[in-house]
Design a protein around this ligand. Structure first.
Ligand code: URA
Length: 435
């Protein structure tokens, strides 16, 4: 078999066989197939699509590119949550300790920033010392011991996704239903979980811009989960504005810690509770959303959810004091106030552009090799439907470099729209699909 022939087939819209996909993923993982050849595949797959069989084969081969975690006869209920990516989407960070404090187990393999969206791993690593590169053995032991472990794809677990994820980010081949399905589901199926909750984002800040496409993505992932005997629920949630107030790595850790203390923004709490409720229902801990919400309120008020976060920080090599002492978090000292240019209601965000603005400040990567700056980002003080007067502070930009600031400000100017008419009410959760 030759990679050139596989690329030609996909370029010419032909269907790839299972053997060809095995050859592609094995070759890419071992290094026999180069980044430039895989980039050509990603673009051909992006443009011409992969059908359900090709998507399933790609997912399973990517899952098998490394070890599949085996928890043996461990009795705890293993469940995870994954988002398709958004702006200000730090939900996994408060969610994991909150749900674990209710007695279920979360072995979580997350990703880095992708396109205009932030990544859980980059956010966690903004806490000095936080190590997301644990071995397979440490991953299993930490999950069993404290109920949560948060790692990235490694040479041991889904190495094909580790490489392809970074390559897609650098080649504008992210927004493909098949490639997203294979990326997410290969990681999740390798975790050894029984249940999975997917947060499928839709809107101006999501990879899927229409509810129809989001539903197709949700159905594609649910179908693969079902094939592998996992219970999967996909929640379709609205990304027409950033989640919470903070966008940027350390800033999002701070907001996550605040959420675990009961002081987080309403939308972060709402989505954390709703996704968490799906996880607890799967695990049989509760029967209804209301029961789950009451339990979450109790775990936050008692400090148990916060204590779990501190255990996570400690287990990953970070100082648990960071949970209470925010001076440990690197947050840029230079601040710029972004002002409303006119009176009016905020009627629309181009949320992707808000994410790009944060990326240009240094919070994300432009190339695979870029090193992100954990200290920079945006605190957004106004949301959809808020009324502002000309000169009101809409956002504070945390920055280190004047040149990057001016790029970030320019981008943000085109991302917020004002009108004298109040917009219709924003709905956070739009739909739910069960396996
Ligand atoms: N999250 C992932 O893990 N992969 C994608 O392709 C998109 C979001």
């Amino acid at each position: 078999m030759r990679i050139q022939d596989i690329l030609r087939k996909k370029r010419d819209k032909e269907k790839l066989t299972k053997e060809e996909i095995v050859f592609l993923i094995n070759g890419y993982t071992s290094g026999d197939i180069t980044d430039y050849q895989m980039a050509a595949f990603a673009m051909a797959a992006f443009l011409n699509g992969l059908d359900a069989d090709e998507t399933a084969n790609l997912t399973f081969e990517m899952m098998k590119s490394g070890s599949v975690v085996d928890f043996g006869d461990f009795k705890g209920f293993l469940v995870d949550k994954h988002s398709t990516g958004g702006v200000g989407d730090k939900i996994s960070i408060p969610l994991a300790p909150l749900v674990a404090s209710c007695g279920v187990y979360i072995p979580m393999i997350s990703g880095r920033g992708l396109g205009h969206t932030g990544g859980t791993l980059d956010k966690l690593e903004s806490v000095p010392g936080f190590n997301v590169n644990l071995s397979l053995e440490q991953f299993i032991e930490t999950t069993k011991e404290i109920g949560v472990c948060l790692i990235g794809q490694t040479a041991e677990i889904t190495p094909a996704d580790k490489k392809l994820y970074a390559l897609r980010d650098a080649t504008s081949t992210v927004e493909s239903i098949s490639l997203i399905t294979a990326s997410i589901m290969s990681k999740k199926l390798a975790e050894g979980i029984k249940g999975l909750v997917l947060d499928v984002k839709v809107g101006t800040g999501a990879f899927m811009k229409t509810v129809e496409d989001a539903r197709k993505l949700a159905e594609s992932m649910v179908a693969i989960g079902k094939k592998m005997d996992r219970t999967v629920t996909a929640v379709i949630s609205n990304m027409d504005q950033p989640l919470g107030e903070m966008i940027g790595n350390s800033l999002e850790m701070l907001e996550s810690f605040e959420t675990l203390k009961g002081r987080g923004p309403a939308d972060i709490k709402d989505l954390t509770f709703r996704l968490g409720a799906e996880m607890l229902k799967m695990a049989g801990v509760v029967k209804t959303d209301e029961e789950a919400f009451q339990l979450f309120e109790k775990k936050i008020a008692s400090g148990e959810a916060g204590e779990k976060m501190k255990e996570i920080l400690k287990a990953h090599g970070a100082d648990p004091k960071a949970f209470d002492d925010y001076s440990i978090l690197p947050i840029a000292e230079k601040k710029y106030s972004f002002l409303a240019p006119e009176d009016g209601y905020i009627t629309k965000f181009n949320t992707e552009e808000v994410g790009v603005s944060a990326m240009l400040l240094g919070a994300g990567r432009k190339t695979k090799e870029d090193i992100i700056d954990p200290s920079v980002g945006i605190a957004l003080h106004k949301k959809l439907g808020d009324y502002v007067k000309k000169g009101d502070v809409v956002a504070t930009l945390y920055y280190q470099d004047d040149n990057k600031l001016s790029q970030g400000v320019d981008r943000l100017k085109g991302a917020i729209f004002y009108s004298s008419e109040k917009p219709v009410e924003f709905k956070l959760v739009l739909d739910k699909i069960h396996s």
